[in-house]
Design a protein around this ligand. Structure first.
Ligand code: URA
Length: 251
């Protein structure tokens, strides 16, 4: 069995556990499977597991993740999608932007943040010298559009978790900008209001790496409520200062 097949199986079992509330318990979305050896080569013990995990990461790639996302059928969102939306941007991002999930425009095009909210996001990023073309990667917590843009459900978020985790591991972004309540709640595993989570650069533990992490309002929320634009701008300035601080530190 390949690593992707094992991940799909674990994701399926997680979704089943979420529905039944009993039975199977996994590593809560943390999957570190490896492909089975083609033949022989019996490996046992923790040293083997460690080396296999390292090999997994070394052989993973954005292209493999995108292909796995596009062929994923681990949750019910797969049946309603036109296109899955793996994410896009540079492969060594200064900033990884993480949103909630595709809307209608993203579902039609297969690209993240291309509708009205996405155009606003692009302008927000440009105001602090960031863009998906030059120094950002843009992804979402879930990769398929929920019907009528409803919030993702726990089984759907669980089914998608390993894709985002693999993307972060491969991209090793210098900063993470989290757009909106759903993404912040998923990544920080909290239900605190976004108004309390924004406004601070915090340390985000991604595997064995710590990444400076800032949450802000989702651009869709800014389109609905003008009053959120000022605090969002404060967040962007904070991110810019953190970036400049880290650049000065390196020099
Ligand atoms: N909203 C999101 O959170 N992500 C997208 O890709 C588009 C809209």
């Amino acid at each position: 069995m390949t690593a992707d097949e094992k991940t799909s199986l674990a994701v399926f079992l997680d979704a089943a556990a979420a529905l039944t509330g009993s039975g199977y318990r996994s590593g809560q979305g943390e999957y570190h499977f490896s492909d089975d050896a083609e033949s022989g080569g019996e490996v046992t013990g923790s040293e083997a597991v460690d080396s296999v995990t390292a090999a997994d990461t070394a052989s993973d790639s954005l292209e493999k993740i995108a292909a796995a996302v596009r062929s994923c059928s681990a949750c019910k969102l797969a049946t309603g999608r036109k296109n899955a939306v793996p994410g896009e941007g540079v492969s060594n991002p200064l900033v990884m932007v993480i949103g909630e999930g595709p809307g209608a425009d993203e579902d039609s095009s297969g690209r993240p943040f291309v509708g009205r909210a996405g155009q606003l996001l692009d302008r927000m990023l440009a105001s602090i010298n960031l863009s998906r073309e030059s120094n950002c990667f843009i992804a979402n917590v879930i990769k398929c559009r929920p019907p009528a843009n409803r919030d993702p459900q726990p089984d759907e978020t669980a089914a998608c978790a390993s894709f985002l985790e693999r993307q972060i591991r491969i991209l090793k972004p210098r900063f993470i900008l989290c757009a909106g309540r759903i993404a912040a709640h998923t990544l920080l595993n909290t239900a605190e209001p976004i108004g309390k989570l924004r406004g601070n650069c915090i340390d985000f533990q991604a595997g064995d790496t710590v990444i400076p992490f800032l949450a802000t309002y989702h651009p869709s929320a800014l389109l609905r409520n003008e009053d959120l634009k000022r605090p969002a701008w404060e967040d962007l300035k904070l991110l810019r200062s953190a970036i400049e601080g880290s650049e000065n530190h390196v020099r």
